[in-house]
Design a protein around this ligand. Structure first.
Ligand code: APR
Length: 233
């Protein structure tokens, strides 16, 4: 089976009702990014940051995977599929995808403030635990923090993602403005002979001269069209 590697961003979940970051009215218009998505912001006002992610987590209970997520899961019948996502939601999992790399962390998990990537202290929350409070402690006694990779922090999963991308036969980019590195740089690791598709309703600057099949559509219609294109190709 061919290796199909898919890089997704906020646009993948837009049709499920989760807003993107940089579109008009997106999350970063409503919340200052340096306040809620940096280690400095967390240090300054942990309660505000914890609450911001509590709200995001609560939203998970109200949304569901869209047709695009479901189609990606169905690709597993015909391809060895890896989904590399910048999204912190769990919609790929809930749609049934089985190999998912979360580059920017996961909303459903919490970790230690002192030692965020120590696997001993990373904990999956049950829905009834989605509301984390200031004073809730990780296994090492420090405050429980959202398991999110903030701006300025290392991206520990990037090495694993690069290894997958280097073996891609087909690479698909869906719903990301490619503004944030190192995720945006993954395209440069795609082998020369692989086919590359990009699904987004708006133009995206890819910073490459290689051939990219652009599908100028939203995620659900776009993945539908991709399915047809892969069958023909
Ligand atoms: N279907 C597909 N793509 C869409 C849709 C849709 N229905 N609606 C919008 N988009 C596209 C936009 O055109 C844009 O190119 O999704 C992209 C969203 O871009 P961003 O808001 O910049 O989100 P993303 O690229 O995922 O951001 C990367 O930045 O803020 C950080 O950590 C955060 O993971 C995030 C990272």
């Amino acid at each position: 089976m061919k290796n199909l590697v898919i890089l997704t961003g906020a646009g993948m979940s837009a049709e499920s009702g989760i807003s993107t970051f940089r579109d008009a009215g997106g999350l970063w218009d409503c919340y200052p990014v340096e306040q809620v998505a940096t280690p400095e912001g967390y240090q300054r006002d942990p309660a505000l940051v914890i609450n911001f992610y509590n709200e995001r987590r609560k939203q998970l209970l109200e949304v569901k995977p869209n047709h695009g997520h479901e189609l990606l899961a169905e690709f597993e019948k015909d391809y060895h599929v890896t989904v590399i996502t910048q999204n912190i939601d769990n919609l790929h999992e809930r749609a049934g995808s089985s190999h998912i790399i979360h580059l920017h962390g996961e909303l459903t998990k919490v970790c230690s403030t002192r030692d965020p990537y120590n696997p001993h202290y990373i904990k999956e929350l049950k829905p009834e635990e989605y509301e984390v409070k200031l004073g809730d402690k990780a296994g090492d006694g420090s405050q429980l923090r959202p398991f999110i990779v903030w701006f300025g922090e290392a991206v520990p999963e990037i090495e694993k993602a690069i290894l997958c991308v280097e073996k891609a036969d087909i690479f698909v980019i869906i719903g990301t403005s490619l503004n944030v590195y190192p995720a945006a740089g993954l395209l440069h690791y795609v082998p020369g002979g692989a086919e590359v598709y990009l699904i987004d309703p708006k133009p995206v600057e890819t910073h490459t001269s290689r051939l990219i099949h652009v599908i100028r559509k939203g995620a659900s219609d776009g993945v539908d069209e991709l399915k047809g294109a892969l069958r023909v190709g």
